[in-house]
Design a protein around this ligand. Sequence first.
Ligand SMILES: Cc1cc2nc3c(=O)[nH]c(=O)nc-3n(C[C@H](O)[C@H](O)[C@H](O)COP(=O)(O)OP(=O)(O)OC[C@H]3O[C@@H](n4cnc5c(N)ncnc54)[C@H](O)[C@@H]3O)c2cc1C
Length: 313
Amino acid sequence: MARVIVVGAGVAGLTSAVRLAEAGHRVDVVARDLPRETTSAVAAALWYPYLALPQDRVTTWAARSYRRFAELAADPATGVRMLTGTEIFRETTGDPWWREAVPSLRRVTPTDGLPCGYVDGWSFQAPVIDMPVYLDWLVGRLGELGGTVTRLNLGGLPSPSELGTEAGAELVVDCAGLGARLLAADPTVVPVRGQVVVVEQIGLTEWWLATDDGRPTYVVPRAAEIVLGGTEEHGEWSRTPDPDTARDILARATALVPALAGAKVLGHRVGLRPARPSIRLERDGEVVHCYGLGGAGVTLSWGCADEVVTLVG
Ligand SMILES: Cc1cc2nc3c(=O)[nH]c(=O)nc-3n(C[C@H](O)[C@H](O)[C@H](O)COP(=O)(O)OP(=O)(O)OC[C@H]3O[C@@H](n4cnc5c(N)ncnc54)[C@H](O)[C@@H]3O)c2cc1C
């Protein structure tokens, strides 16, 4: 069994660490930002393949993760719930390219009572993950398996020879997200800024998703709050919430779900999705790279983690 250093404490790093530890490896996570400080903590987080390629691998990883999240939803402590929701369109559209990743998908039409102006869509059950709760659960699970999480701001990936050699082989798993620009010298990883508004829970149990003029609007209910989004701003680095954007998100979300009118705003969040033309999940010598998960890091997390374990060997 290997001694493995995982760089990154977002959903990719923690899930990989848990899977590696479950496979019997000795795993330590190091990260500049601790789990609740990461982009992963900002995610809405609805299971949905979005801003992530290539389609064939993404569909496989998403399907694997869907099954694992469905199992985790049996335990309320994980923060994972399976909720039915609907994605709607203003034009007729074919089935989604990731169709085979979900067990069932029901087409909806205007006769199903779609919001005004929408003519097509689909409804399915998806995992919805309360990220702060879930990230804490992953850290706890890793701890049960003997793994650790330590804050460390790296200037480069640790070389295996620097890791110390107590036992077995040494490997590095690079789950640095946007940090791979520096750590893997990869300028193809770019930020896609996402802003959300968190409002009080008003008794909503279904999620909604729509795309208008290229902008995603989503309403994702958690147990105690509702996450409203969103934006997709390519190449934007600011992590400061913009008040005009927040007003626009509230207006769009309320148009989608009128019951949100007047819901108390609890907070504003911004995250920088680590996007890449194609996700990098491969082994290069003693380093396994797993980054560039774009807008689907949660959605793909278990499938990617399983492949990391295979690549570690
Ligand atoms: C508004 C918003 C909504 C989203 N909604 C969803 C959703 O509904 N569903 C979904 O699946 N996804 C969603 N996403 C996308 C998801 O959040 C990302 O795909 C995911 O967080 C990427 O995870 P990661 O672990 O790769 O990166 P991150 O969470 O960014 O973690 C990277 C880690 O690497 C560490 N690191 C970086 N550089 C260094 C360094 N130099 N030294 C040490 N450590 C370093 C960081 O500190 C951090 O710990 C959303 C994102 C946003 C912003």
